[in-house]
Design a protein around this ligand. Structure first.
Ligand code: 5GP
Ligand code: MG
Length: 188
């Protein structure tokens, strides 16, 4: 695989699901919802690396309330385009969340496994509340009983990349969200 520029990346997309403008509208709406619900609260926004980093950066800049920011890194075992049954914490946050209302930020809810595990973990640390904000929701793929409290957009069952979401660590820097052509990941 050689150097990949923006033109080449566009060629790897089956279609564009959300343009930069679409995303801006999504972010503005979700930020307003969060502002409304967390006014006067001691808010800790926790991003799950790496997928949520662009969404989180845009989201918190549209929020008017004060908040603290933290990051966690987790990985579900196994590569490929779906997650599997085990979660490893690669980077954790402080264990004492007393007094905080925690808002967990994830790129996408798929089976729901990752978010439900991380949420569970944070709930055991004395936070006032733990809620979930996801940029995208692949609703029809859910196997674990979890929903986002704040959802950017519902997407169909296709493998999407861009705006933080990767395939094999690539495409995160696309400013839009697209469906990756099957030929890119099939047979690998
Ligand atoms: P879950 O644990 O909900 O099955 O999967 C969540 C994780 O799987 C996400 O954080 C993301 O890393 C990955 N994932 C699931 N669906 C997609 C997708 O369509 N595109 C990308 N890039 N990652 C996905
Ligand atoms: Mg992820």
């Amino acid at each position: 695989m050689g150097y990949i520029n923006m033109v080449d990346m566009r060629k790897d997309m089956e279609c564009i699901l959300f343009s930069e403008e679409d995303i801006q509208n999504i972010v503005n709406r979700v930020a307003a919802e969060i502002d409304r619900d967390y006014e006067g609260k001691k808010l800790l926004v926790v991003g799950v690396l790496k997928g949520s980093f662009i969404f989180m950066a845009d989201l918190v800049r549209q929020m008017k309330n004060k908040c603290e920011l933290e990051f966690m890194a987790v990985s579900s075992y196994g590569a490929g385009t779906t997650s599997s049954g085990q979660l490893a914490v690669k980077k954790d946050i402080s264990t004492d969340l007393t007094g905080y209302d925690v808002l967990l930020i994830e790129d996408i809810l798929d089976s729901g496994f990752t978010v439900s595990k991380v949420k569970e973990m944070l709930q055991q640390r004395n936070a006032n509340s733990v809620k979930v904000c996801v940029f995208l929701d692949k609703k029809e793929r859910r196997t674990v009983d979890i929903e986002g409290d704040y959802v950017g957009a519902v997407v169909p069952d296709a493998f999407v990349v861009g705006y933080g979401l990767d395939y094999a660590q690539l495409y995160r820097n696309l400013p839009y969200v697209g469906v990756l052509k099957k030929e890119i990941y099939e047979g690998k």
